[in-house]
Design a protein around this ligand. Structure first.
Ligand SMILES: [Mg+2]
Length: 368
């Protein structure tokens, strides 16, 4: 089998509510759907889902870097040589992790379809029968509004909450206290600062928040400040989780070597499935736990997360919960299948990612 063409389709799907995190606000998912066409009629589907202000990639850079740098490494090649091809894609251009992750997802879907096995089987095999998706992100807002959103989600059965903070330490403490009060003592809470604090002033407010019993504190400092992350990890009782500091395998090596994080947040949209598996393996060997985040993908990227979660035994999906589906956050999705039910996900043994694009919706949400 040979890859004959790499197709990119930029799309824009509105969010139900604008996402507001410390690095900026976003109203829509400006993502790129990727299709790898082959000489045997099979097609691999991938998705690149960059988050504005967090990713170096944008929708336009993804389309152009795939056309100019990545597609030439893939056309004419046998997709079954997956690790070799991903190595070539990785070396084709520095950075552009989101674009590379989208290609990685499409290659896994294609090889799974060709071999007649689900993607989780390519990653090592099923280790979970069902994924708990009762998890909610609370975007930055007033303490009252965040508490109300948390209470609403708790009433639906959500038990784990990620509180987005990082804009002002005094207000953040009020936000965390208000959410804890709204959801009661048993709910799991964590905060995500999205690089919003700095080394000199982070300890005091985070120490005050520890009284609200947080599972972990995600990315308190800028991604480059590994020394600062290491000193916070030593100073606080609550585990420190690295997200933006952990895009690549090499980033994770440095984090582990410097003891700069107690937890690594794996995201398929940052590293792709193959490298996420390698990051996971490195963390298992180092005795560092992994959580599984998302970049608010649509249905293709969500399926990739679910296959990874089903196939990676050491990833602490019980701690962080798992991204359910696009319609939890977006007004619509591009795949025929939607998230199976409100409480959890059970993956079938369908080949590849087991999803089908809705061609009508793809045309509707496509942008020039
Ligand atoms: Mg994060």
């Amino acid at each position: 089998m040979r890859i004959t063409r790499v197709e990119t389709i930029p799309v824009a799907v509105p969010l139900r509510r604008p996402m507001n995190i410390a690095s900026g606000a976003v109203a829509a998912g400006n993502h790129v759907i990727i299709r790898l066409h082959t000489d045997q009629g099979l097609t691999g589907i991938g998705e690149a889902s960059p988050v504005a202000s967090t990713d170096a990639d944008t929708q336009r850079t993804i389309v152009s870097v795939i056309a100019d740098r990545l597609a030439p490494r893939l056309v004419g090649r046998d997709p079954h040589r997956l690790p070799q091809l991903i190595g070539q894609v990785d070396r084709a251009v520095p950075g552009h992790q989101c674009a590379k992750a989208g290609i990685d997802i499409a290659l896994h879907d294609l090889v799974g379809k060709s071999l007649g096995v689900p993607v989780f089987q390519l990653l090592g095999g099923r280790c979970r029968d069902r994924l708990d998706t009762l998890e909610a992100d609370l975007w930055i807002d007033s303490p009252q509004a965040m508490a109300a959103a948390a209470g609403e989600a708790a009433a639906r059965g959500v038990r784990a909450f990620e509180i987005k903070i990082g804009t002002d330490p005094a207000g953040d403490l009020q936000r965390v206290r208000a959410v804890r009060e709204a959801v009661g003592p048993d709910a799991r809470l964590r905060v995500d600062c999205n690089e919003g604090y700095d080394r000199g002033t982070a300890v005091a407010p985070l120490r005050a928040m520890e009284a609200c019993r947080l599972d972990y504190i995600e990315q308190p400092l800028p991604r480059w400040d590994l020394r600062g992350m290491a000193s916070l990890a030593a100073a606080l009782d609550t585990p420190i989780c690295a997200d933006q500091s952990a895009y690549t395998r090499h980033d994770v090596f440095n984090l582990l070597a410097m003891q700069a994080a107690d937890l690594i947040c794996i995201k398929i949209a940052k590293s792709g499935l193959l490298h996420a598996s390698q990051i996971h393996a490195a963390c298992v060997v180092a005795g560092v736990r992994c959580t599984l985040g998302s970049m608010l993908p649509l249905g293709v990227g969500a399926a990739a997360i679910h296959h990874f979660a089903v196939g990676a035994p050491g990833v602490d999906v019980e701690l962080s919960g798992v991204y359910g589906g696009a319609t939890d956050y977006f007004t619509d999705d591009l795949v025929v299948q939607t998230a199976p039910d409100a409480a959890g996900i059970t993956l079938s043994d369908a080949p590849g990612l087991g999803i089908t694009l809705d061609e009508r919706k793809l045309r509707h949400y496509a942008v020039a």
